[in-house]
Design a protein around this ligand. Structure first.
Ligand SMILES: C[S@@+](CC[C@H](N)C(=O)[O-])C[C@H]1O[C@@H](n2cnc3c(N)ncnc32)[C@H](O)[C@@H]1O
Length: 260
């Protein structure tokens, strides 16, 4: 039986929360909240881009500080996020949106995107398109917060991500992870099997190839310089500490100083 090629975050969506079982989304939400409160005087409307299954925006909802929206290009991820939100009665508005083609009537005081989602943009032009799209839906003096992972992270992560495996429900996955330092692309190939209740008979095989462009801090700073934003901070990991070329994850904070 051949592995059916599926778009990213379709079949993997049902496995995603177990894949991220060790991630402390509450602490991450506290970090995003700290950034918003530090850099915006009166944040009310806040949107997460590429929210996945909504774990972070749901943790943020527990703080009861913001009107929250979560968006992601994957219908399967958004369906799971909505289900979790309804269960928690979190009152978050979820929409399927590709950040390369954002189409929204609402505007926001802060927009954020975490966990390497921006690394799915494969070149500076795509990042600039995402930045421009956010500019259109940010209120004057609104802030855009996004993180990205760096080559140092990929060099470290390649070893422990490669050959990773796991399961949830009737699905199990096997991951091959490879970083190409010359092209600065990180590939994660997920082979996924759907199995019968007996756990042995394989009903279907799928594969999702996740390709992420890994940016150095210098590269990202040059891209941001070409945009209309003001860079107001760049943080390392999960602290309000200035990032540098040795950082594995950088969280950028950009300000939209446009007229009303
Ligand atoms: C690593 S997951 C992170 C999800 C979530 N932010 C989290 O912390 O769990 C990357 C997410 O980026 C989304 N994504 C990738 N490309 C996108 C695009 N062009 N527009 C919107 N979402 C995108 C994927 O669907 C996926 O949900």
């Amino acid at each position: 039986m051949e592995n059916k090629d599926t778009p990213i975050y379709t079949i993997l969506a049902a496995l995603y929360d177990s894949l991220m079982g060790d991630v402390d989304y509450e602490a991450w939400a506290d970090f995003i909240d700290e950034i918003i409160q530090t850099h915006h005087p009166n944040p009310i409307d806040v949107m997460e881009l590429a929210c996945g299954t909504g774990s972070l925006v749901l943790s943020l909802a527990e703080l009861e500080c913001y009107n929250l929206t979560g968006t992601d290009q994957s219908q399967a991820m958004v369906d799971i996020a909505r289900k979790k939100s309804n269960k928690q009665d979190a009152g978050i508005n979820f929409e399927v949106q590709n950040f390369l083609h954002l189409e929204m009537d609402a505007t926001f005081d802060a927009i954020f995107s975490v966990f390497d989602s921006v690394n799915y943009l494969h070149n500076p032009e795509e990042i600039l398109t995402m930045l421009e799209n956010c500019w259109k839906v940010l209120n004057p003096w609104g802030i855009l917060i996004f993180d990205f992972s760096t080559p140092k992270n990929s060099l470290e992560a390649e070893n422990y991500l490669n050959n990773d495996k796991g399961s949830a429900g009737n699905l199990r996955y096997f991951r091959e992870s490879k970083y190409d330092p010359e092209q600065k692309f990180h590939y994660n190939l997920f082979k996924i099997e759907e199995v019968e209740q007996d756990g042995k008979t394989v009903l279907e095989r799928y594969k999702e190839t996740h390709k992420q462009r890994i940016y150095t801090l210098d590269e990202m700073l040059s891209i941001v310089k070409e945009s209309s934003y003001h860079l107001i901070a760049k943080y390392e990991d999960f602290d309000l500490i200035d990032a540098d070329e040795n950082s594995t994850r950088v969280t950028m904070v950009l300000q939209c100083r446009k007229q009303q």
